[in-house]
Design a binder for this molecule. Structure first.
Ligand code: AMP
Ligand code: GLY
Length: 423
């Protein structure tokens, strides 16, 4: 089989790495890929913001399977267009991807189907926000409706702050068109959990759960990022909780989407808050998470190609995945200044020494390769990952590997999975 992965991040490197392990794969392509993926797949140029560019690439390569990494191509309708041409493609249609592309759609959907989520109000003007604020306690969460790459959520300490953030969103200055509509939400407290399932439009198969670390600084301080690290262990959720999440969240979502005529195929990423009132949905993503995919796929022992095909062909069953009981962890090494402005083109050293540490795999995100050397080419540069029977050992390995890697301005969190270690 010839497989094409669309995307250029750490998630896509992990997908390429895992898909290639399948004996069914004869050739891997990735578009556009990155400096590390070049060594594991043939990288091809593409503009992921342009449906035409992706369709031209599809016509040139005609892969037996296309796997879409990021959300944008899904929202442009890549799956709809590939499917119409008879090209096998993994992921949800544009209509189904609204669960991620519109927070108001997701909130109203959750309410219609009585799936637990924070209380909310949808507002189309600052006046509506001021009026709605009287129904919320503080702090209150202010969210841009559309896609904002992690920059569309603010936890406001006062009503004045909430109103002024909402005004910024409406003005278009903060997150562009994504802020044309604003969702206010009750602020939930608890541990966050990334719970992903594979869906074929009717049935779901859960993946092992993971925990992301969204804030840039140790102890969950500083601004939000795309994700600074993630881990997964056998006991991050127990079997009872996993079954509850399947039957009270994932399945009702998939059944609800089907009933509403927008069948959901692909990965359904449920971003949850584990509150004292039980698990509640914070958000959906219609794709694999980044960096969660790195530790999740490090624990996968069965064939990923088979699983993704089962989604496309409508034959998912709960036992589609076989998982190791090992723990895995991914630590993101980022450019100086990220998630604010940062410089690129810094030479990266120590990658071979890091990769030689037992159980370690270094996934590339924002890197490029020139004359055999690697350089930084993005905010999140590397996802240094490790697997071991115990979480403690996986952490020792991953931080040993991080210590061997250097580039000007590099920073990373030293407390990934810190809360799990305290427990
Ligand atoms: P979202 O894009 O909706 O997942 O929001 C990004 C991040 O903001 C989440 O991962 C949470 O850390 C935080 N967040 C979002 N909604 C809430 C909420 N209702 N209560 C508390 N924190 C939230
Ligand atoms: N790690 C969060 C995301 O992929 O959106």
């Amino acid at each position: 089989m010839r497989i094409l992965v669309l995307g250029n991040g750490g998630r896509e490197h992990a997908l390429v790495w895992k898909l290639r392990q399948s004996p069914r794969v004869s050739k891997m392509y990735c578009a556009p890929g990155n400096g590390g993926i070049v060594d594991e797949a043939e990288c091809l140029p593409v503009d992921l913001k342009s449906l035409d560019s992706i369709l031209t690439l599809g016509q040139q390569v005609r892969p037996d399977l296309t796997v879409v990494g990021p959300e944008l191509p899904l929202m442009l309708g890549v799956v709809d267009e590939f499917t119409r041409r008879g090209w096998p493609v993994f992921g949800p249609t544009k209509a189904a991807a609204q669960l991620e592309s519109s927070k108001s759609f997701a909130k109203e959907f959750l309410q219609r189907h009585r799936i637990p989520t924070a209380a909310y109000a949808i507002c189309d003007s600052v006046d509506e926000v001021r009026e709605a604020l009287s129904h919320f306690h503080l702090p209150v969460v202010v969210k841009a409706d559309g896609l904002a790459a992690g920059k569309g959520v603010v936890i406001a300490a006062s009503k004045e702050e909430a109103a002024s953030v909402a005004a910024e969103m409406f003005s278009g200055k903060m997150v562009g068109d994504a802020g044309a509509r604003v969702v206010l939400e009750e602020c939930l407290k608890g541990d966050e959990l990334s719970f992903l399932v594979l869906s074929d439009g009717e049935r779901v198969a859960p993946l092992v759960a993971a925990q992301d670390h969204k804030r840039v600084g140790a102890g969950d301080t500083g601004p939000n990022t795309g994700g600074m690290g993630a881990y997964s262990t056998a006991d991050i959720v127990d079997d009872t909780m996993r079954d509850w999440l399947v039957h009270h969240i994932a399945k009702p979502v998939v059944e609800g989407m089907k009933a509403e005529g927008a069948e959901y195929k692909g990965i359904l990423y449920c971003g949850l808050m584990m509150t004292a009132r039980g698990p509640m949905v914070l958000e959906f993503n219609c794709r694999f998470g980044d960096p969660e995919t790195q530790p999740i796929l490090m624990r996968l022992e069965s064939d990923l190609v088979d699983a993704l095909e089962a989604s496309i062909e409508g034959r998912v069953s709960e036992g589609d995945f076989k998982w190791s009981t090992d723990a895995s962890v991914c630590v993101v090494m980022a450019s100086g200044g990220y998630p604010g402005t940062f410089e690129m083109g810094k030479k990266i050293s120590g990658l071979d020494e890091a990769a030689a540490v037992d159980g370690v795999k270094v996934f590339h995100a924002g890197t490029s390769k020139r004359d055999g050397e690697f350089y930084t080419a993005g905010g999140r540069v590397l996802g240094v990952s490790a697997r071991a029977t115990e979480l403690e050992t996986a952490l020792q390995r991953v931080y040993q590997a991080c210590g061997k890697i250097g580039f000007d301005g590099a920073h990373y969190r030293r407390d990934i999975a810190g809360r799990a270690m305290k427990r």
